[in-house]
Design a protein around this ligand. Structure first.
Ligand code: PMP
Ligand code: GLN
Length: 384
């Protein structure tokens, strides 16, 4: 195979799913809901597929109704003024959106700043573009970055910074102050931001999500990527989007044309319907997850694992150092085989130099039925 994929292993999500299945463990690993997409949204997909009009190629940049819905959603929740024709591209999930951003905006030899721990596709994307990742770690237990380390990551070769808020896997939602520091440095060094906001509607407690594109001077230098997977519990649909200033989106559009060209047609209509739903949907979605978060926290409380309540996402990072000596991968194997619960060890979310920073932690997902989370309490109680 090609040199560009030589260092790529199997994704940790696939690896843990196989092991969890083999040992019949309760799977709190991959962020994949074990419940279905809301029935009214699925009905829109069925209706679109049966209309007899929508089973051939969609327009490359996405169907007009969905591009308009993405623009309306950004105006409604964030006060952003997006051009639905030139400022939105519908992508095959956020995953393709992120890849098209990197391929369309970053040159070989450029540097891209990545905050650690990171979602696992960012670094392979950067490497496939021939660019170099430069890492800035979040420090536990608060998962905050050191402003001096952030500043030091910028160089004359920095082209972009990949941001993810709410943040997988730590559950952080970056504050306006943290984002302002990032924004100031990006403006000073003329750097683009690729903002992954797939958990935008998954803020918990008092946390408030601020898109970096809304900060002064940032709209022109930010591409924002999101997805229907999390917000509509439809991770299998793989419909995402990128939006921003048309001048920046042009690079993304060119890469998208020749990777995917167009994405699944009828599903785009169903996602347009879903995005246009009333506030009631989004409020109920958040409160459903607050309930699930409490169930997982309750399960962890009885286990000897330490954690901080997440500010967003459906993940909790838990510190296992009081109950197990070893690396996160070893603990994960122990948990799957001896306790019957699967989680995600974060080694593959770190550069080699920084992997020690996450050495006491594993990630649990709570996008699971209440029954599964109650079962987790029984099982994790055996850790003590
Ligand atoms: N970014 C982050 C931070 C994620 O957690 C995920 C989903 N696992 C993605 C991107 C990918 O989203 P999609 O399934 O829409 O491609
Ligand atoms: N985003 C999901 C997670 O972080 C899984 C994505 C995947 O399986 N690639 O768990």
């Amino acid at each position: 195979f090609a040199q560009r994929v030589e260092t790529f292993g199997t994704t940790i999500f696939t690896e843990i799913n196989v092991l969890a299945q083999q040992y019949n463990a309760l799977n709190l690993g991959q962020g994949k809901p074990d419940f279905d997409t809301p029935a009214d949204i699925v009905a829109e997909l069925v209706k679109a597929a049966q209309s007899g009009q929508l089973n051939q190629y969609a327009p490359g940049p996405g169907v007009a109704s969905l591009r308009q819905a993405v623009a309306n959603h950004a105006a409604r929740f964030y006060g952003l003024n997006i051009d639905p024709d030139q400022g939105v591209i519908v992508t095959a999930g956020a995953t393709e959106g992120l890849l098209s951003c990197v391929l369309g905006l970053v040159n070989p030899g450029d540097e891209v700043i990545v905050i650690e721990p990171f979602y696992d596709s960012y670094v392979p994307n950067i490497l496939m573009a021939g660019a170099t990742p430069v890492f800035v770690p979040l420090h536990p237990p608060t998962w905050t970055f050191d402003p001096a380390e952030l500043r030091a990551a910028f160089s004359s070769r920095t082209k972009a910074l990949i941001l993810n808020s709410p943040h997988n896997p730590t559950g952080r939602v970056f504050t306006r102050e943290e984002l302002s520091l990032i924004a100031d440095l990006c403006i000073e060094h003329d750097v683009l931001v690729i903002n992954d906001e797939v958990y935008e509607h998954l803020t918990l407690g008092d946390a408030h999500y601020v898109p970096i594109a809304t900060l002064p001077g940032m709209f022109e230098r930010t591409v924002t990527v999101s997805s229907s997977g999390k917000t509509f519990s439809a991770t299998g649909w793989k419909i995402g989007w990128a939006y921003g200033h048309p001048a920046v989106l042009e690079g993304v559009a060119r890469a998208h044309q020749f990777t995917i060209f167009a994405v699944h047609h009828p599903t785009q209509e169903a996602v347009a319907y879903a995005l246009n739903q009333s506030d009631h949907y989004y409020d109920e979605f958040r409160s459903m997850y607050e309930g699930k978060m409490r169930l997982l926290m309750d399960a962890l409380d009885g286990s000897g694992l330490k954690y901080r309540a997440p500010e967003g996402t459906y993940f909790i990072m838990a510190d296992f150092s009081d109950v197990f000596k070893g690396m996160p991968r070893d603990f994960t194997h122990h948990l799957i085989k001896e306790i019957g619960v699967a989680c995600i060890p974060p080694e593959s979310m770190y550069s080699r130099d920084h992997v020690h920073i996450g050495r006491d932690y594993v990630r649990f997902s709570f996008c699971k039925s209440d029954e599964a989370l109650l079962q987790a309490k029984k099982l994790l109680g055996k850790l003590r």
